[in-house]
Design a protein around this ligand. Sequence first.
Ligand code: GDP
Ligand code: ZN
Length: 445
Amino acid sequence: MVDTIYAPATAAGRAAVAVIRVSGPASGEAVRTLTGNLPKPRQAALRTLRHDGVALDDALVLWFQGPASYTGEDAAEFHVHGGRAVVEALLGALSALGLRLAEPGEFTRRAFQHGKLDLAQAEAVGDLIDAETEGQRKQALGQLGGALGRRYDAWRDLLVQALAMLEAAVDFPDEELPEDVAARARPGLETLKAEINAALADVARGRRVRDGFRIALVGAPNAGKSTLLNALAERDAAIVTATPGTTRDVIEVPLVLGGYKALLADTAGIRETADDIEAEGVRRARVWAEEADLRLWVVDAGEFHVKHSEHHAIVRSGDWLVINKTDLVAPTVVAAIREQTAELGLHVAALSAREQGADPIRAVLTDHVVQALSGAEFPAATRIRHAERLGEARAYLERALAETDDVELAAEDVRLASRALARITGRIDPEDVLDRVFSSFCIGK
Ligand code: GDP
Ligand code: ZN
């Protein structure tokens, strides 16, 4: 017997309207008890909700007869006034009727179980709820539309065709079949391997859209990193002082650049230090800087000596050198720094953060992020979970392609590759993976 569940679908707190969702076999009975009768399915009806003879609220009531509902079960929605007392009264009434408060993600989990969504689409529901930027919204919506699932289904079709040929070669001795039937499986497998390779190469971009493009500010104490960070963040996230070494840990601020989420970090002045706490800050800063997608090496134009700098070891070709405090030096000094650093292959920007603020740097960063991420809204994978399964599938494929003698072994590897792909959309996934996917949801989704 399946429970009937309920939960507020809208955020807690005072609001004009709150939506309470119900799903499960007892939904219709609950609507009838609270409103007197069932409205026409999928049509809004204005009803007074009553429980134990007491009026709770005037509500807009929607009744969905399964399977034509979000979850695929009988379901209902009550749109009530958003006051806390109203919501609590209705939740109390639903509980008294024997319904159970939903677990986080349980509505979407039921939708998955009834075949309304695949696992990747269910994840996209969570991503869409969390989306804060245009890039995140487009990516989640594409995934929710099933773009990802369709791609995997097409890949599994290729595998099934290859498997059919390999199994035919195993099951029927050669007299009945053309000799090369096993070899005919090869082109499809090669195509698939190439597509999975391309998808894996794109995973990093897809994850950057979802989680944010990481930009590290590195440079000696007092170079102006915190000043730039605050100007970019348009608030005082980092403490700006004239004492070197004040920024001890990694301070991360989220930015939106060209419609994409970015994370900007002010790393503590990376240098040798005797202080334990400071050393830990330096270590974390170094890791953050090394793993970032882009580094901005901020230097004080008046203090720069490339030979004395530890930071040129951290930056890579393609990163940016930001020559700051140009208000303090003659243009020839800036030209000299450009010359000294030419061999590092860095892009160079020169400015006075004090006089110009962050606008010149914001423009540079926006171009960089847009170039790096545009077109990545519809990747084949947006999560580590997807990338792991893709990597597994590729490994099995490679083994199948390398197996030239034993067709049976090759067929088994193709079967394993297909399972790995199937786990991304959850067609055959064990419960624990489902728990992991749905537990990150909030209640009512
Ligand atoms: P950080 O240690 O790299 O984070 O450097 P801060 O941002 O804390 O800046 C150190 C000092 O340099 C502060 O006193 C800032 O006001 C000053 N400063 C930052 N940018 C400029 C600039 O463009 N010109 C001048 N003259 N001073 C600046
Ligand atoms: Zn600082």
